[in-house]
Design a protein around this ligand. Structure first.
Ligand code: CO6
Length: 414
């Protein structure tokens, strides 16, 4: 919660962040007024349609501007507010666990009665809120006196306020290096709570594993020669875009691996789009956004979309669309380390692959000479109800061949 009882809150100011199993959504205030009641604590699960906070409006008539979120998943427009002094309530989104937010800003000073309200975008209001600046005190230099980000920063630099401390994520406790002096029990919340649900359901499906090693020597050289060029065009080019493209090529050949099984396991749907999910390690935990329609994208287009997802994932800004509709998943645990893994399916998908760190290791050449080779391992898991080992192995061979001979991917240029 960004607000506490007794605090003055401005219309559009961020009230809290909520998280569903599909997206993280910021809820902004519908009204300017005083927070009379906060209904949920950080980490609570809010019921759909229930009030998050009660706000007493200051001027006797509640504003009729609906709350919006910076996310596509904003709740629908609210019902008309009650007249003051009745309490007005912010809407609750779909079943959620609120995101952990540690710092609670101090009360924002109220604007003098009768003062004209400043114009500003929600993003600028958020910056003002974060820095405990009353936006009505800031001179707006934009059109019609609109307050811009620069106006807030200039106001702050004028020495009027002290910046609020950065919010601390609960995951900052994980791997912090601090030893635990005493046993401590915490609630499982946020993405971890979603993971409990999805992984428990997934392990009810019979998985089998299949592993292989890929000679990445040619791809390491190719990426090395293209990396700077891509970077000059504003795109960070890692190995993942090549792996996604290679997967799409192999899925075209073996479409059953891009299918989904109905909940009652009576139907199999072959998916037209190759929406390839990427397991992503974020400060809030594991998320799996997907790159849509990889079959229609060039490698640099895949890289650009991956860059965006990584940026949005880091900022906790992934949308419901980013997180849904996946048809196949890759997990690059090798960006952290490791050799082999046992990935768990992202239901209702039927296949997931985890790749290892690329390592320089000795291998024999045709004449038994020892060659320094860049090897990456892949560990596939598939739904054994509908996929058999031979299909998995054939698919993996096509994927491996594309990565070992990256020039062949030119044939699939879009
Ligand atoms: N080997 C060697 N070097 C690598 C590798 C591997 N596998 N992966 C990345 N890199 C390099 C990459 O090329 C970049 O190098 P430079 O461009 O030269 O700087 C660098 O490492 C950083 O890459 P980055 O991680 O930023 O980008 P990438 O596109 O490779 O990966 C990501 C994006 C979102 C997949 C990754 O950042 C990430 O979050 N990985 C963790 C995924 C994860 O947590 N998986 C676990 C899911 S649960 O699978 C599971 C079965 C269990 C273990």
């Amino acid at each position: 919660m960004n607000v506490e009882e007794g605090q003055t809150v401005e219309e559009w100011a961020p009230v809290t962040t909520v998280r569903s199993d599909k997206a993280t959504v910021e809820i902004t205030s519908r009204y300017t007024g005083v927070v009379k009641k906060v209904h949920y604590a950080v980490g609570d699960e809010a019921k759909t349609g229930s009030a998050l906070i009660d706000i007493e409006v200051a001027d006797g008539v509640a504003d009729d501007v609906p709350a919006v979120s910076n996310n596509d998943d904003a709740p629908s427009a609210p019902s008309p507010p009650p007249p003051a002094p009745a309490a007005a309530s912010a809407p609750a989104p779909a079943p959620v666990a609120a995101a952990p937010v540690a710092s609670t800003p101090a009360p924002v000073p109220q604007a003098p009665a009768g003062r004209k309200k400043s114009l500003a975008s929600p993003a600028v209001r958020r910056i003002a809120m974060q820095h405990k600046v009353n936006i009505n005190d800031v001179h707006g230099t934009g059109r019609d006196g609109m307050v811009l980000k620069g106006d807030i920063l200039a106001f702050i630099e004028g020495g009027k306020v002290v910046a609020a401390p950065a919010p601390v994520s609960s995951s900052a406790l994980v791997g912090s290096g601090a030893s635990i002096a005493q046993d401590r029990t915490i609630d499982i919340k946020g993405f971890a709570k979603v993971m409990v649900k999805t992984m428990t359901a997934a392990t009810a499906v019979p998985h089998f594993g299949y592993c292989d090693e890929i000679d990445m020597t040619a791809l390491v050289a190719l990426r090395g020669s293209l990396k700077d060029q891509a970077e000059a065009a504003g795109v960070k080019l890692s190995y993942m875009p090549f792996m996604l493209k290679a997967a799409s090529i192999a899925l075209t050949k073996y479409p059953v691996l891009n299918s989904s099984v109905s909940a009652d396991a009576t139907q199999l749907t072959y998916k037209g789009a190759h929406n390839i999910g990427i397991a992503m390690d974020t400060k809030d935990g594991l998320v799996v956004p997907n790159v849509k329609n990889v079959q229609n994208l060039s490698i640099v287009e895949i890289a650009a979309e991956l860059n965006r997802l990584q940026k949005d994932g880091a900022a906790g800004r992934l949308s419901s669309s980013d997180l849904s509709g996946g048809t196949f998943t890759l997990s690059n645990i090798g960006s952290i380390g490791g050799t082999y893994a046992s990935p768990v399916l992202v239901l209702p998908e039927v296949c997931i692959g985890a790749v290892s760190k690329i390592q320089r290791v000795p291998r024999f050449g045709e004449n038994d000479e020892v060659i320094a080779t860049s090897i990456m391992r892949v560990s596939w898991s598939a739904d054994h109800r509908v996929i058999d080992g031979a299909t998995m192995a054939r698919f993996s061979n096509v994927w491996k061949d594309a990565l070992e001979n990256p020039g062949s991917m030119l044939l699939h240029l879009r």
